[in-house]
Design a protein around this ligand. Sequence first.
Ligand SMILES: NC(=O)c1ccc[n+]([C@@H]2O[C@H](COP(=O)([O-])OP(=O)(O)OC[C@H]3O[C@@H](n4cnc5c(N)ncnc54)[C@H](OP(=O)(O)O)[C@@H]3O)[C@@H](O)[C@H]2O)c1
Length: 243
Amino acid sequence: MTDTKTALVTGANKGIGYEIAAGLGALGWSVGVGARDRTRRDDAVARLIDRGVDAFAVPLDVTDDGSVGAAADLLTERSGRLDALVNNAGITGGVPQEPTSIDLDIIRTVVETNVLGVIRVTNAMLPLLRRAASPRIVNMSSGVGSLTRQSGSVGELTTGPVAGAYSPSKTFLNAVMIQYVRELADTNILINAACPGFVATDLNGFRGVRTPEQGAATAIRLATLPDGGPTGGFFEDAGVIPW
Ligand SMILES: NC(=O)c1ccc[n+]([C@@H]2O[C@H](COP(=O)([O-])OP(=O)(O)OC[C@H]3O[C@@H](n4cnc5c(N)ncnc54)[C@H](OP(=O)(O)O)[C@@H]3O)[C@@H](O)[C@H]2O)c1
C-alpha cells in the first residue's frame, strides 16, 4: 500500500466531476474517473493525464449493481483502499417537472441515479473506505434540495424552478446522508454534502454562472478535510446551507 491517496469521483468524465478529479489530482491524489461511457471516460482520463493527473478509468454506471461491484473490484485490485469517494454523478430528469403533472417515471429515474445510485456506490466502496486512515465521503447535493431555501423561509431564496423530481431527490439524498452519519458515528469517516452553486454544465444547458472549476472547490475541500473536521454538514463556498 502506498502513501498516495486515492479518490473515486463518479460522473467524472465532464462538468463538475471532471474538475473535482483535476483538483484532487493537482493535490497529488490518484483519481479514479468513474464514468459509464467508454469513449467519454477514456477521453477524460487522457485529458487529465495531459494535465499531469494520476488518473485512471473506472467503468461505472451508478444505476447498475454489476457495474458498481466491478468498480469496487477494480479499486481493490489497484489501490487496496479508498481515501475519498465523491458521489458526483447526477441527472435532473429534464423539464417540465411540475409535481401536479409529472410523469412518475421521471421521479423514479432521477431517484434511481441521484439517491439509490449514491447508496449503491457508497455501500460497495465502504469496505475500501474503511481501509483508509482518514476516509471521506462527499455527496454532490444542491441548494435546491434545501427545504428552507425552497420554501422561501430564508430571505428571498426560493432557489431554482419548481421541480418535482430533481429538487426532492437532493433533499432525499441529504436525508439519507444523515442516516449514514448516524450509523457510522463511531468510525473516522467524515461524510458531507456539497453544493457547487449554479455552474455552467450540460446539466443546465450551460446556463449556470459559475465555472466547473469553481463548482468543484467545495467538494475538493470536503474530500480533503483534516481529521476532526466536520461530518454530517451541508456546505457551499459561502459556508453552511440550511437543510
Ligand atoms: N451544474 C449545476 O449548476 C449544479 C448545481 C447543483 C448541483 N449539481 C450537481 O453536481 C453534480 C454534477 O453535475 P454537473 O453540473 O457537472 O452535470 P453534468 O455535466 O451533466 O455531469 C453529470 C455527470 O454525471 C454522470 N452520470 C449521470 N448518470 C450517470 C450514471 N447512471 N452513472 C454514472 N455517471 C452518470 C454523467 O455522465 P454522462 O456523460 O455519461 O451522462 C456526467 O459525467 C450532479 O450531481 C448535479 O446534480 C450541479
